[in-house]
Design a protein around this ligand. Structure first.
Ligand code: NAD
Length: 328
């Protein structure tokens, strides 16, 4: 029997499947596991099932020289020192299933529509009993139809957003990525553009890159200045991709029209002044929080573990080079 440590209880039935075959210990409280308990759990287990809120650095990895694998319950894996784990021969897996693509793509539109059509402002206005009757100019917003959507990072989620934008809303799609995808361009009549052109020409810009050294502050003061005054920025990727202080300043000065954010540079902390702005819609990192996606993620995290324990390579391995390294 293998010992599996889970840093927080997960929704759905997947963990029950692990329990049938293995010894599973779950941190019982519904909050981020304290560092000491995390280290203790890692020392005890053979396999770690962790979340994006758990920092899996050298100290954690070194706490157990026999750790067989790390199964991350998330698509992003910037919470893990992947380079060090790879050096130590530890496979890391993530959970990029179709349900999470759908959930995050839909949430991107929830933010886009909410901020451009001023849904949150309008809801507050109505609840405060300020509605005195129809007016031609009351809470006017902006339409998505016919507008240019600039997608930065055309991977699984970026593509899901493009599909919905082009086919559902009649938006013109332009994109920027480190890789060009000509098939996609043909299928969606999308255009590949350099980053500065995307910033200058988009009415809505949506970020779908992973958090890497090269994507930290990809959008800062300089980039925000290049955007149209009437444009909106949407971020459902990772907070540090945007310089949040610079964004607050741009929103305050109305250098851009608005923003929709699900992730924050120092989350759960927010940049000073962000919550006082009317032209921003904020959600607490819930883009993947649908019953469908969270349950699929739990199954993926569990199936990744079962694959590795049965001697196979998990389909969703983020450091496949580890298998070449020492045949794990
Ligand atoms: P993916 O790996 O399929 O796609 C990422 C894309 O970004 C790739 O096409 C890659 O080439 C591109 N890219 C990398 N560096 C770039 C750069 N410097 N400039 C332009 N493009 C670059 O990932 P995905 O499944 O689409 O997920 C994207 C990100 O969304 C994840 O890494 C994760 O951080 C985030 N995410 C957030 C939530 C949430 O709840 N808010 C949920 C799931 C995923």
């Amino acid at each position: 029997m293998v010992k599996i440590f889970v840093t927080r209880n997960l929704p759905g039935e997947a963990i029950a499947k692990l329990k049938k075959k293995h010894t599973v210990q779950i941190y019982p409280k519904d909050k981020v596991i304290p560092r000491k308990k995390l280290l203790k759990g890692v020392k005890w287990c053979d396999v770690l099932l962790c979340l994006l809120t758990d920092k899996i650095d050298k100290e954690v990895i070194d706490a157990n020289p026999n750790l067989k694998m790390i199964s991350n319950y998330a698509v992003g894996f910037n919470n893990i020192d992947v380079k060090y784990a790879t050096e130590k021969g530890i496979p890391i897996t993530n959970t990029p299933g179709q349900a999470i693509v759908d959930a995050v793509a839909e949430h991107t539109f929830a933010l886009m529509l909410a901020v451009s059509k001023r849904v949150v402002e309008a809801d507050t206005f109505t609840r405060k009993k300020k509605y005195r009757g129809w007016s031609p100019t009351l809470l006017m917003g902006t339409e998505l139809t016919g507008k240019t959507l600039g997608i930065i990072g055309l991977g699984r989620i970026g593509t899901g957003v493009a599909e919905r934008a082009g086919h559902g809303l009649g938006m013109k799609v332009i994109y920027h990525d480190v890789r060009r995808d000509k098939k996609f361009e043909k299928k969606y009549k999308a255009q590949f553009v350099p980053l500065n052109k995307l910033l200058k020409n988009s009415d809505f810009i949506t970020l779908h890159v992973p958090l890497l050294k090269s994507t930290r502050h990809l959008i800062g003061a300089k980039e925000l200045k290049m955007m149209k005054k009437t444009s909106f920025l949407i971020n459902t990727s990772r907070g540090p991709v945007v310089d949040e202080k610079a964004l607050v300043s741009a929103l305050k000065k109305r250098q851009i029209a608005g923003a929709g954010l699900d992730v924050y540079e120092f989350e759960p902390k927010l940049a000073p002044g962000l919550t006082r702005l009317q032209n921003v819609v904020l959600t607490p990192h819930i883009a993947s929080a649908t019953i469908e996606a969270r349950s699929e993620m739990a199954w993926d995290a569990v199936n990744n573990i079962l694959a590795v324990l049965s001697g196979k390579k998990a389909a969703k391995t983020v450091n496949p080079e580890v298998y070449k390294k020492n045949n794990k």
